[in-house]
Ligand binder design. Structure first.
Ligand code: SF4
Length: 626
């Protein structure tokens, strides 16, 4: 490495003072990924993991090795929250800052970590040993408060256990030793379930009940591609990530494209606060998922697949790699699958790096291409021109698992479960103020009340259906049905009892969207900040009745003018609580007195003029004569 600061010991000094980067190390990393610019995220993740930061000189060298400009490399490095241009500790503790974690005791856990480590949130210890920071939802809401210690997940933390973890780290324990002294000898599955409970509370007939091995794939190789798609169409399967697009149609569009390459991508980037169902499928049904992806590949003629795994689920990578390897050995992936001529398909895992927006289809494809996770303009749609410009089918984990079961059990079997328009079962991830948080696989059509009875959440005063981008409903709507046509949801159900402050929850959700906006469009980047500021006014009791109209108008503008689903749904916490909890807002407003808004602060208003004129005000400065 040549950054003008070569040290005499063969080790280069970089802006990252934590771990100097040895000569040749960056080139080696790039070479392992074929110096391919499309593998930029993998390259940067590995540099981050080994050297605790992406230093300027390192970016120069990566740019040289991959044929990109330094600006392009920095654009990726600065986009993802798990990558850092500043030195991080050798161990980074990321505390999940979800609202559910806050209500479960995050403040005490944070205080214990800060006290024991001697650093504050956002700081790195002077010896570079440990960094402490907050991160948005890590998908462990059923066992909050939770944290990531490098790749290791810790759940159900208390002030006491947080202190013990901090002391163990100070004493030199490795993150994996926090899980087990025999960590290295445990199977990947055992490691995963030691860290994270699956909390399967109700297993349904489709996904979490008994599943015969690869019966769906065996069926798929015995029929034509067109017949596979017809089965999926007839089953009524719709995408389970929230949007609900008809899966069979998506596959048919992709199959109709005549190109030399096409792709199947699994979106395992569930990042909506309160959603953790795919985490359980990835742990307990990984073969079913890969089977579903392989069936999709046969249906659309794809030879290459990508499993995009969210950065927060890095603890599952080894388990999934093992499953892929096993399936290659058994002839279920690779060349001539199950001995079928011209049926070749294999999958690579693409790790994310802490960006919620990458759950959006276009952003996810950008991320797979080694770019910042920014959504793409449509059309063209991914089924026509997606990954690297080729037709690409993107479905989520649950959808692929359903597809495999449909091939095995038949379209009618699946179609007959659920309701008209919402066929099959749905995995609900339930958390918050209830006795039995966890995963419930239920046919579509249950009411919110029925679900609350199952989970022990009858005291609920509010339920967030579908995460922050969904709807917050009040008790008078608990009779509504969990279906695509009534209360559509990707699966997240967050229960709030009557002690919770609705405006505090809305404030938190808006801060989440502000943090996660990719910043491409102004209405989303700026509008959500204004929405959050307006909610703060309500919380402080400084709002006027007219501010309710302001919230509605601004929300409408953001929805209409945003480019992707994040901006189109980010005002939902505001709009759904305005609709369902109007008294919460009106109780916090007060009419203007003497034509002056309660929020108007004359001192701040004239402060700029004071500085420019370099003098004070006769009228408003109480200390003018001093
Ligand atoms: S709506 Fe928001 S997240 Fe989506 S592209 Fe625009 S700025 Fe990015």
């Amino acid at each position: 490495m040549d950054n003008g600061q070569q040290a005499g010991n063969g080790v280069s000094k970089t802006a990252c003072s934590v771990t100097p980067v040895p000569d040749g190390a960056v080139a080696d990393i790039c070479e392992r990924f074929g110096n391919d610019k499309h593998r930029m995220l993998d390259i940067l993740r590995e540099v981050q993991d080994r050297f605790q930061c992406i230093a300027p000189a390192t970016m120069d060298q990566i740019a040289e090795e991959t044929g990109l400009t330094r600006i392009e490399v920095e654009g990726v490095a600065s986009f993802y929250s798990f990558l850092s241009l500043q030195p991080k500790g050798r161990i980074t503790i990321r505390l999940c800052d979800d609202i559910v974690d806050r209500y479960a005791g995050l403040e005490a856990v944070t205080a214990a970590f800060e006290d024991a480590l001697g650093i504050k949130i956002g700081e790195t210890s002077a010896d570079g040993a440990v960094s402490l920071e907050y991160t948005p939802c890590i998908g462990m809401c059923d066992q909050a408060p939770a944290a990531m210690v490098n790749d290791i997940v810790l759940t159900n933390l208390t002030a006491q256990s947080a202190r013990e973890v901090a002391e163990a780290i100070i004493a030199g324990k490795r993150p994996e030793d926090l899980v087990s002294d025999r960590f290295a000898t445990l199977s990947p599955h055992d490691r995963a379930v030691r860290m994270v409970d699956n909390n399967i509370r109700h297993a349904g007939a489709v996904l979490l009940g008994p599943v015969p091995e690869d019966a769906g794939l065996s069926k798929a190789v015995s029929i034509t591609s067109s017949q596979i798609i017809s089965m999926i169409e007839e089953s009524g399967l719709r995408g389970c990530g929230g949007a609900g697009f008809t899966t069979g149609r998506k596959w048919r569009f992709a199959a109709a494209e005549r190109t030399e390459r096409s792709f199947v991508i699994c979106n395992a980037d569930e990042g909506e606060p309160g959603t953790f169902k795919d985490r359980v499928l990835l742990t307990e049904r990984p073969h079913l998922l890969i089977e579903g992806m392989t069936i999709a590949a046969r249906a659309v003629g794809a030879k290459e697949g990508i499993l995009y795994l969210r950065g927060e689920y890095v603890y599952l990578r080894e388990l999934l790699e093992q499953v892929l390897e096993e399936r290659r050995r058994r002839g279920l992936l690779g060349k001539a699958i199950l001995g079928t001529k011209r049926f070749d398909f294999d999958i690579r895992i693409q790790m994310g790096a802490g960006a919620y927006i990458c759950g959006e289809e276009g952003a996810l494809i950008s991320s797979c291409e080694g770019l910042p996770g920014e959504p793409k303009t449509r059309p063209p749609f991914p089924v026509n021109r997606g990954y690297l410009g080729y037709p690409t089918v993107v479905n989520n984990v649950e959808t692929f698992c359903h597809a495999a079961r449909i091939l095995d059990q038949g379209a009618k079997w699946f179609h007959d479960i659920g309701t008209e328009g919402s066929h099959g079962t749905k995995l609900f991830s339930v958390c918050g103020d209830c006795l039995n948080p966890g995963i419930y696989e239920l046919p579509y059509g249950h009411s919110v009340w029925e679900l609350l009875e199952m989970v022990g959440g009858q005291d609920a005063a509010a339920v967030q259906v579908g995460g922050p981008s969904g709807a917050m409903i009040a008790r008078d709507s608990f009779h509504r049905k969990l279906t695509f046509d009534d209360l559509a949801t990707g699966g997240a159900i967050i229960v709030f009892n009557g002690q919770r402050n609705i405006l505090e929850i809305v404030d938190y959700y808006m801060s989440f969207f502000v943090h996660e906006s990719c910043g491409y469009c102004t209405p989303c980047r700026v509008g959500n900040v204004f929405l959050q500021k307006a909610i703060e006014k309500f919380r402080k009791g400084l709002a006027n009745p007219e501010d309710i109209d302001y919230l509605k108008d601004l929300s409408g503008t953001i929805i209409e003018t945003s480019r992707c689903g994040l901006g189109m749904t980010s005002p939902n916490p505001v709009l759904s609580t305005l609709a369902n909890f109007p008294l919460v807002y009106s109780a916090m407003t007060q009419p203007s007195k003497d034509g002056i808004r309660a929020t108007f602060d004359i001192q701040s208003a004239i402060d700029g003029a004071r500085k420019i004129a370099k003098r004070r005000s006769y009228i408003f400065d109480r200390d003018f004569t001093q």
